[in-house]
Design a binder for this molecule. Structure first.
Ligand SMILES: NC(=O)c1ccc[n+]([C@@H]2O[C@H](COP(=O)([O-])OP(=O)(O)OC[C@H]3O[C@@H](n4cnc5c(N)ncnc54)[C@H](OP(=O)(O)O)[C@@H]3O)[C@@H](O)[C@H]2O)c1
Length: 402
């Protein structure tokens, strides 16, 4: 038996145990000796549960047990997750995680510690939940120059926007439903503010460039300003609204952002409905690839963590080739990025808007059923040019066009 431990027995940690215990037959196809969870580290009391005899609150019991070859870190947050992961790696124990916050903030450092100690740090479940995405980027696509990654990376916001689109309901009541259904956190800011998507596109951008693309250096905008009227305009013109993380390389220049975009309804990413995620990867030789599936949830995410645990148990050096250095790369300033915009002003401001955006209006999108507004799309323009012009009109709202 390969012995393992779970750090943090919450939603995902209990999913990891479920996958290991109930899919042992499948796991033994790769690890004939089997994978066994010997310890569960958590701060809660699990007495009276079937796994109570495996629960410990002292990490040293795990670190000092020479039988432990691999752990999963499913605690979340930066501390003590970082310290616990570092200590395990320093003991030569591989760590597999679903914790995007930790991976974004300490990925290169933990990969280096793993390499120095002959073990692995793997993080398939940190982006896209159950969708195999990190391993394909690190393995199957090593020979390609990745030019472009764009994705719906947060299930909560996708659920909210999808319901606004399909049921014609407003943002606030759908957010409440998402919270009641347990999709959104009690404090949903990480999801709706775009921070969760931002951290995930930061990790993907780092793997794309081999350098460290920090979340704090990128532009992040959430979905709280999206209204039902935006969906009316969008659907009348064959579009939807989705929160996207987008990362592009042009030569040495990199642009990365998270924001709501008008997405054509025929675009392959639009097929990800409800809590599903979808990610489009473009490589210079392989062309477009689409990854989609359940981006969160105990069993899909637990499955991705266990996949890493099997990989690390089979080959403790498996993360050593991951191309992610600690050299920080700063994306292009947002002001210099070019985008097309959908813009709404009051009907009375039409003349002024046409004057200010003279030559840069692409299509008029006004609708008879919204007579108090004038709506239009722009041609591609820099964010700074757009911001200067938008400041000259009384803009009600704007959304970038994908
Ligand atoms: N939920 C998802 O669908 C999903 C999907 C992909 C990735 N993730 C990521 O996976 C990670 C875990 O998420 P989750 O939803 O499973 O969170 P969760 O349900 O809150 O589980 C975390 C567990 O770790 C325990 N814990 C906290 N501090 C600890 C400590 N010092 N020592 C030992 N145990 C400790 C928590 O106990 P207490 O409850 O007592 O604090 C809780 O049982 C997060 O980074 C999250 O972003 C989640």
């Amino acid at each position: 038996m390969i012995c393992a431990a779970i750090f943090g027995f919450g939603n995902i940690g209990s999913g990891v145990l479920d996958v290991i215990e109930n899919n042992q037959h499948e796991i033994r196809k790769t690890l004939p000796e089997g994978l066994y969870v010997k310890y569960i580290l958590d701060i809660r009391d699990f007495s009276g549960t079937p796994y109570a005899d495996r629960v410990v609150s002292d990490i040293d019991i795990i670190l000092n047990d020479p039988e432990i070859k691999v752990v999963c870190e499913t605690m979340g947050g930066k501390e003590p997750a970082f310290t616990f992961s570092r200590k395990a790696l320093e003991k030569g124990i591989s760590v597999c995680t679903s914790n995007k916050e930790l991976v974004e903030a300490y990925g290169p450092q933990l990969l280096k510690i793993a390499k120095e100690n002959g073990c692995s740090y793997l993080f398939e479940a940190s982006v896209g939940g159950g969708i195999p995405l990190i391993a394909p980027l690190n393995n199957c696509l090593r020979q390609d120059r990745i030019l472009y990654i764009a994705g719906i990376l947060n299930g909560t916001t996708n659920y909210i926007l999808d319901r606004m689109e399909s049921e014609g309901v407003d943002y606030e009541p759908v957010l409440k439903d998402a919270m009641n259904l347990g999709y959104a956190e009690r404090n949903p800011e990480a999801d709706i503010g775009g921070h969760d998507t931002g951290r995930k596109i930061s990790i993907l951008s780092s793997l794309m460039t081999g350098k460290w693309v920090r979340y704090e250096n990128m532009y992040v905008e959430g979905i709280s300003k999206i209204t039902q009227r935006d969906f009316q305009y969008a659907s009348a013109h064959g579009y939807s609204v989705r929160l996207l993380g987008v990362s592009r390389r042009d030569g040495e220049a990199l642009s990365v952002m998270t924001a709501p975009f008008l997405l054509p309804q025929v675009h392959p990413l639009h097929a990800a409905r409800g809590v599903f995620n979808a990610v489009l990867v473009n490589g210079n030789k392989v062309d477009n690839l689409l990854f989609s599936g359940r981006g969160a949830g105990k069993l899909p995410t637990g499955s991705a963590v266990v996949s890493d645990m099997i990989t690390a148990a089979t080959d403790p050096t498996s993360s050593h080739h991951i191309n992610w250095s600690d050299e920080v790369v700063i994306p292009e300033p947002q002001d210099e990025c070019e985008n097309r915009f959908f813009v709404k002003v009051s009907a009375g401001s039409r003349e002024k808007a046409e004057q200010v955006f003279n030559g840069q209006i692409d299509e008029i999108w006004s609708l008879e059923e919204i007579p108090d507004e004038f709506a239009f799309t722009t041609v591609a323009m820099t964010e700074s040019d757009f911001a200067k012009k938008a400041a000259m009109i009384e803009m009600i709202g704007r959304i970038r066009i994908f």
